[in-house]
Structure formats: C-alpha cells, structure tokens
Ligand binder design. Structure first.
Ligand SMILES: Cc1cc2nc3c(=O)[nH]c(=O)nc-3n(C[C@H](O)[C@H](O)[C@H](O)COP(=O)(O)O)c2cc1C
Length: 196
C-alpha cells in the first residue's frame, strides 16, 4: 500500500474542502452580501497570478438587477420561447457574479497566463464559498458574448465575460452528492526517477 508522510492538520482541512466541494444548482436565498463577498474575494485573489496583474473584475447582480440582465440576454435569443427560458435562468440564484476577464498587454506575461490566473481565482472563490456553506456553480451563461449582454453589463472592448458564478444557499434536502472517483493515472506522465 502506498504511504505518504504525515500531513499537517491544516492540510487535511484543505483537502477535505477540495474533495467534498460540489457545484450546487438549486439555490435559494440568502446569498453573501457585499462585505462577505469582498472578504472572500480578497482570499480568492491569492490564487497563482503571474505578476499579480489581477486581470479580472467581478460584477455582482442581485434582486431586480437579475431581471434586467435576463431581459438583455433574452433579446439575443432567436425565438420567443427561448427568450422566456433564458430570462428565467437569470433567477435561478439570488446572486450572480459575472466574471470579467481583463487581459492586459504585457511584455512577458502572455494572455493565456492571465486567463489561467483568472480561472484559478474563480475556482478558489467557488471553493471558499462552498467551504463557508454557500452553494455555487459556474455556468457559461446564456449568450455571454451577445452585444445586448455586453452593453448591459458594461463589458469593455478587450474584456471578455467568462460566464457567471450563481451563488446562494443550497436547498435543504439536496444533500451532498458523492463524487465518482476520477482515474487520473493516464493523466500523469513522469519523466525521470520514480524511486522516492
Ligand atoms: C467556465 C465554466 C463554464 C461552465 N459552464 C457550464 C454550463 O454552461 N452548463 C453546465 O451544465 N455546466 C457548466 N460548467 C460545469 C459546472 O460548473 C460544474 O463544474 C459541473 O456541473 C460539475 O459539477 P462539480 O463542480 O460538482 O463537479 C462550467 C464549468 C466551467 C469551469
């Protein structure tokens, strides 16, 4: 049997948080408010980020603002039926966080590294929300590139909407879902000595 050195206690807590996190789709009120969100964002902003460029910003959308965003997204739908369904999707959680990628021109830090840093921050935020008992899920969102949505949210030239974190309180009774174990053996190539 494979053994590993004893890990510090904190490592166990972190590992449990990572292994038990699940995306939550059924979300009810309440959701975190501005102070808690800023606190969590400060923690999420510690994710790996070459040059600490923080090439991202978030837009929090709650209450009636979700209705107005839903209307903007619905305008981009090709049919009335789809438009109605798209508008309703914006009400699936009490809080939506639009993840806006803001790449900068940089002499040594390419765009792909900045996108990776934004993804790392977002994943860390999702994990932190889950660890605090909030539910959340990252969805691309209906028509994130539609001009109506970009205009409504004030997405600037050169910025990209990377979808939304839908955030709220997990609906009672929707207990934790077991996660099938991933077989990652084929995902690792090891070059060099494995005697360790
Ligand atoms: C950038 C991004 C966009 C996603 N968009 C969608 C989506 O539009 N629809 C969807 O069903 N899942 C989407 N997912 C996957 C879910 O967020 C989630 O990871 C998946 O349902 C697995 O659940 P889990 O996180 O509990 O493993 C997206 C994931 C990422 C990283």
């Amino acid at each position: 049997m494979t053994t590993f050195p004893d890990a510090p206690a904190a490592a166990g807590i972190v590992e449990t948080a990572i292994r038990t996190r699940r995306s939550t789709i059924r979300l009810a009120e309440p959701a975190p408010g501005p102070d808690e969100l800023l606190d969590l964002l400060a923690a999420a902003a510690t994710a790996p980020d070459h040059g600490q460029l923080r090439p991202w910003r978030l837009i929090a959308i709650s209450g009636d603002a979700r209705v107005r965003l839903g209307e903007a997204a619905a305008e981009a739908a090709p049919t009335t039926d789809l438009a109605e369904r798209i508008a309703v999707k914006h009400l699936r959680a009490p809080l939506m966080l639009a993840i806006v990628f803001q790449p900068r021109d940089h002499p040594t830090i390419p765009r792909w590294e900045q996108l990776a840093a934004t993804s790392a921050m977002t994943t860390t935020l999702l994990l932190l929300l889950d660890a605090r008992g909030w539910g959340g899920v990252w969805f691309g969102g209906p028509h994130p590139d539609a001009p109506q949505v970009r205009k409504h949210l004030g997405i600037g030239d050169g910025e990209q909407l990377l979808g939304y974190l839908y955030v709220g309180t997990p609906v009672p009774g929707d207990g934790p879902r077991p996660r099938p174990a991933a077989d990652v053996r084929a995902k690792l190539t090891w070059l060099g000595d494995t005697d360790r």
